[in-house]
Structure formats: C-alpha cells, structure tokens
Design a binder for this molecule. Structure first.
Ligand SMILES: [Zn+2]
Length: 279
C-alpha cells in the first residue's frame, strides 16, 4: 500500500515509552514505585510484577530498531486514518454517524478498560473503552511466527480490530455479552467465530473502499492479507491440537473467504456472518 506522506490519524494514544522499550529508565522508575507499592501493601509475590513488566521489555532498543518501530507507528497511524475516512463514508451512507476509536500503541504491557494487556495478548479491541490496543512487536511476530510477509498484514489486523469497533457501534458487542451467560460454551464459541469472521469481512470491505476512494492499494496487498488471514486461522495456529468446537476465530479458509467477500463485494450488507448458516 502506498502510505508514505499520507495523513496520520491523531486518535492515537502512544504509550510505547511508558513501560519500557526506548525509555527503559521511565519503566524502571515506575517499576520501582510499583514494587514499593506492592511491598507497602504487603503483596509479596513477584508474579504480578513479572506480568506487568516482563523481562523482555526492559531491553533497550537500538537506534535502528527504534527507527523501524517509529516507521511502523507511522504506518499504523496512516492505516487508522484510512479506516476513519472509509467508515465515516459507510456510516454516512447508512444515515449514521461514525464515532472514531482511539488506538493505543504500547510495548510490553499496558492497562485497558478490559484489564491488563501484554504483548502476549496480541492486538485486541476493548468494547468497554472503545479502544484498539496493539503492541508493535506483534508486527514482527506476524512475520517471524506466522510467516505473513509484507507490510499489509499489519493493516489487515488493524482493520480487523476496527471492524470489532464497528460491531460495537452497531450494538453487536452488547448482544454477545448477553449471550455469554445464556448459551453453552460450544455455542458461544460458534457465535464468537461469526463475530471474528464479520470483522474479517469488514477488513476486506475497508480495503475495497480504500482502493475506491484513494487508489492506494497494490495487488500484493490483498495477497498478503489473504496469506495473513490464512496464517492466523484457528486450525493453522492449533495444528489439530484443538477440536473445531473450541475454535473462536474461524479456520484459515473461512477467514480468507470473508475477507475476500468484503473486498470483492464492497457491500456492507453482505457481511451478515450470523445468517450465513454453516459459513
Ligand atoms: Zn478479532
């Protein structure tokens, strides 16, 4: 995707320096205060501390790593700006007003309206505070762990999380919340898969409009997105260790199918994964 020099969203809460990374000293001081507080409050266990400040994030980044990280942050901000423009238009067409989410960039760990977040939790959307959370080290993980090459998989992941925000604005997240206490776990997982596949559809829809409105997409972007959707499918991640009943995001084939459907149709009404039977 052509992104250099394009508008960066200002709805970004950049916390990368707060808990380590390039500002390890700051993290260190907060860490000491945290330790002191734990001490004074009598909580002697160190496990919480490790959870909040895992070992890895205490490492300082080299200048080269920091430059790469900043470049990635800019990329994320451009993608977020693109999602704002696209969803503004789609909501407008539906006679509704799009409320923009805030994207929290962090490294290592941070807090969210949905509890603590760490690099292990992966990117996520928190309906309680309407924020998208992403640790940029996930971008590296996409390449090293999932083999999803290129820069577009990161855009796909952000568009997917923004898709969850759209679901929240349209009232679906609340419905899911209610279902959690009403249905069995297997049934709930089935609904969860439908939510996830719809977020994939919305990511594809975003890519469609991004091309239509801005003409910035390249052919390899869609290939990279499909490749990433395949790489992070439940069946691929669990490699048969988990039964399909426990799937919460959908198989590789399903994820690719719904992203592609959003991209090809460009029709928000085609994204009803809930009515799509067996998917
Ligand atoms: Zn998701």
């Amino acid at each position: 995707m052509q992104w250099l020099g394009r508008r960066e969203s200002s709805n970004v809460d950049d916390r990368r320096g707060v808990t380590g990374g390039p500002l390890a000293v700051g993290g260190g001081i907060i860490g000491v205060i945290f330790l002191l507080a734990k001490f004074l409050l009598g909580g002697g266990e160190t496990s919480d501390l490790q959870q909040v400040f895992p070992q890895e994030q205490q490492q300082e980044m080299t200048a080269e790593q920091k430059a790469a990280d900043d470049k990635r942050a800019s990329y994320v901000k451009v993608v977020l700006a693109d999602t704002e423009d696209v969803w503004d238009k789609i909501f407008n067409d539906m006679g509704k007003q799009y409320q923009k989410p805030t994207l929290v960039l962090f490294r290592g760990s941070t807090t969210s309206g949905c509890g603590g977040a760490s690099s292990q939790s992966g990117p996520f959307y928190c309906p309680a505070d309407n924020d998208v959370y992403i640790d940029l080290s996930f971008a590296e993980e996409l390449q090293t762990r999932f083999g999803a090459s290129g820069d577009f998989p990161l855009a796909y992941v952000i568009a997917h999380e923004v898709g969850h925000h759209v679901q929240s604005l349209l009232g679906l997240s609340n419905k899911m919340q209610r279902l959690r206490s009403e249905v069995t776990e297997t049934e709930y997982n089935r609904y969860s898969v439908k939510m996830e596949l719809q977020a994939d559809f919305y990511a594809g829809l975003w890519a469609h409009y991004n091309q239509k409105m801005k003409n910035v997409m390249e052919q390899k972007d869609i290939e990279e997105a499909l490749n990433a959707a395949s790489a992070i499918g439940d069946d691929n991640i669990t490699k048969g260790r988990v039964s399909p009943d426990a799937f919460t995001h959908g198989t590789s084939a399903q994820r690719m199918y719904w992203f592609k459907k959003g991209f090809e149709t460009g029709d928000v009404k085609q994204g009803n994964t809930f009515e799509a039977g067996d998917l």
